[in-house]
Design a protein around this ligand. Sequence first.
Ligand SMILES: [Zn+2]
Length: 499
Amino acid sequence: MTKQEAIHFLQEHLKSMKYLESAMGVLSWDMEVMAPVKGIEYRSEVLGYLSVEHHKLATDTRIGCALNALENESDLMQVEQKLVDFFKDSFEKNTKIPESLQRDLTVATSKGGQYWKQAKEKQDYSIFKPYLQKVIDLVIKQAECVGYEGHIYNACLDDFEKGMTVEELDRIFPPLRDGLVKLLNQIKESRVCIKLHPSGEFDKARQEKLTNQVLDMMGYDYHEAGRIDETEHPFTTSLGIGDTRITTHYYEDNLESGLFSSIHEGGHAIYDQNMPHELSDYGLDEAPSMGIHESQSRFYENIIGRSLPFWKGYYKKLQELFPEYGWTTLEEFYGMINAVKPSLIRTEADEVTYSLHVIIRYEIEKLMMSGEVTVDELPALWNQKYEEYLGITPTNDSEGVMQDVHWSEALIGYFPSYALGNLYGAQFYHQMKKEIPNVEEQLEAGDLSQVFMWLKEKIHSQGNLYSPSELVEKVTGEKLNPMYFLDYLNEKYSKIYKL
Ligand SMILES: [Zn+2]
């Protein structure tokens, strides 16, 4: 195989995989959004079949032949090298994991999910424990097969945050944790009383109008290149070039939940819409990592969406649509959407406590992978960390150690990306303010276009050309530094809670 032939083969192969992913994406979206209940079982079988076909493509031995042909090629273009790296990485990983282990993992996660659900409902950890043990054993085995340098947990991290290591997270997370705990304790001491949300019946049609207005301002094109639908759990899905959809969930007794989750998903969607699609033949129209993707959704949701400047410009419009907020001043509203309250549930956490939930999981996962904690010890360790960092203790294991679905699905190493998203976002914002000094005035004027353009130029259009750490350095001129996020929080919450 010549160099040209090998590159051409990889490009065509990538295209086949992407077409299949697109088809699976449409079927999954349909299953979540509109398929009738009685059609779910058959649909799941179809999806199972297609995912097997996808796995066959991903492990096709011809990939190995093409990679061999390119082995000693030194004059590849940057984009070609990226294509080769992508296949090398995924192909080697896929082929290093024996089929029997792959099968064991599929069985273990399917059972794990089932028993996790049951155990959670019954608040009985002992039901889930043996299945969790099985999953951990298999993930350790998988890490051994794939190989790693340094800590065994590095093998897990690599799946979600390319290049991220325990050594790096141990540099970043401890100062972040200590800073957050300190801020949280100051907030707990504050005498400022945040007013309660006005109650009312916020009908869906009005909520939809509000959400669409905000998403239009953000620059999410759901008119010709996307859709907004409703599902139980909101998500974003890109089904191919020109088709990035989001879902949201409106609650009639709560205006803010639907609004902020739509802004969050909108942030993900804008990213996907502005990828360098001209590089799709090289697989580069993708985010470099989960954490970078999350940085964009959290940027819009929190840094913009929960900021005072944004609401200075927009609150009147909200009040026009929702007279229920007529008695709530802008400052009171700003306090409400930023209220800090330690809770046991990660997904409902505020901006200050959210990353603490993640750090707890990171610290525990690391010990799980190195065998320093047993499944018997997990519930007590979990509760002890919640008491230590957040000052609250779960009353049962369902709101404690069994809270998230991730472990039952063998998604160990996923959590850190959530917190990294916050850190990347704050560091990007610090740089954005240097380059657009009047960004707050623009927000007050209801103009998000320069924010959009900046993110598009610096981050979205870079696709997967750089690793997460390279991208952060390229955009901000320095390595990931947790102080930007802490500074941002300290400044914001000192004002809200008069610290
Ligand atoms: Zn997200």
